[in-house]
Design a protein around this ligand. Structure first.
Ligand SMILES: [Zn+2]
Length: 284
């Protein structure tokens, strides 16, 4: 079994996690830029973080046979902090870099006017840089946040198939399904989705444009919940090809739209890869 975790914050994890993931079949990850818990007080903290997502973390991952790409953005929570907002002006030079496969995480935390502005500006950047967008949905007031998210995405002019709406559940999938956007689910040990609930959703809505991630970070989370969900799928009657679609081919298809997904280092990769190395852009 080969697993591609399309949303995981490895910066917050240890080498023990990389070793366990590698042994479980995780061969590729995408790490979205996010809120680090401790509020950042200036744009320099962001650029050091972005550089680490594009330099140090891929190096660390490679030591365990895991291919690492990133998504770059000003996250919804810190979009509210005037000290952090100048980061929006620094994004264009990062969005041109080889290992950046989407703009994200963007979207809503508390649905403030500042978040509206950062969300709209970053969707416009995604269009401008021909990148997909990874959209986080709020943990509070989720249905209203998801509805508003879909309205803003539709108004932005980005093609819906280039957008993934993340952290969905049984309620919000109803809103996203049929929108043309990709639907993503974060499997957490205590909150959000569990493996059995996820399997039920896949049974009900099918496997097209569906992504499943661990979203593991600095909170209570588990990078192996991807594997656990894959095993729950098999137990529930899905076959190996179904599991491969959800946990490998779907994330490859979604992030492959960036033209920069390079899986050539994946051992035994038998699927066509999307080598982005031919697209050399400035800044490297
Ligand atoms: Zn996240």
């Amino acid at each position: 079994m080969r697993i591609f975790d399309p949303h995981i914050h490895m910066t917050s994890r240890t080498t023990d996690d990389y070793a366990r993931m590698s042994a479980a079949g995780v061969r590729a990850v995408v790490e979205p830029a996010f809120w680090l818990g401790q509020p950042r007080t200036n744009p320099g903290s962001f650029t050091d973080y972005f550089d680490s997502l594009l330099g140090w973390e891929p190096y660390r991952a490679a030591q365990f046979g895991v291919v690492h790409h990133a998504t770059i953005a000003l996250n919804p929570k810190e979009a509210n902090d005037p000290r952090c907002r100048p980061v929006l002006d620094l994004l264009p030079r990062y969005l041109d870099k080889d290992r950046v496969v989407a703009v994200g995480e963007i979207g809503y935390d508390s649905m403030t006017p500042e978040e509206d502005d950062a969300f709209e500006r970053q969707l416009a950047l995604a269009v401008e840089h021909a990148l997909p967008a990874l959209v986080h949905t709020p943990h509070r007031d989720k249905a209203r946040g998801t509805r508003r998210t879909l309205e803003v995405v539709a108004a932005s002019g980005i093609a819906p198939e280039r957008v993934v709406i993340d952290h969905l559940n049984e309620v919000t999938i109803e809103l996203v399904h049929g929108s043309g956007c990709w639907a993503a689910f974060s499997i957490y040990p205590e909150t959000k989705m569990s493996p059995p609930r996820m399997v039920e959703i896949l049974r009900r809505y099918g496997l097209e444009r569906m992504l499943v991630n661990s979203a593991a970070d600095w909170g209570v989370s588990d990078p192996l919940l991807t594997l656990e969900t894959a095993e729950a799928m098999l137990k529930a009657g899905f076959d190996e090809d179904d599991v491969d679609k959800v946990f490998w081919r779907n994330p490859v298809e979604f992030y492959g739209q960036s033209g920069r997904l390079d899986l050539s280092a994946v051992a035994g990769a038998d699927e066509p890869t999307f080598a982005g190395s031919s697209i050399k852009r400035g800044g490297e």
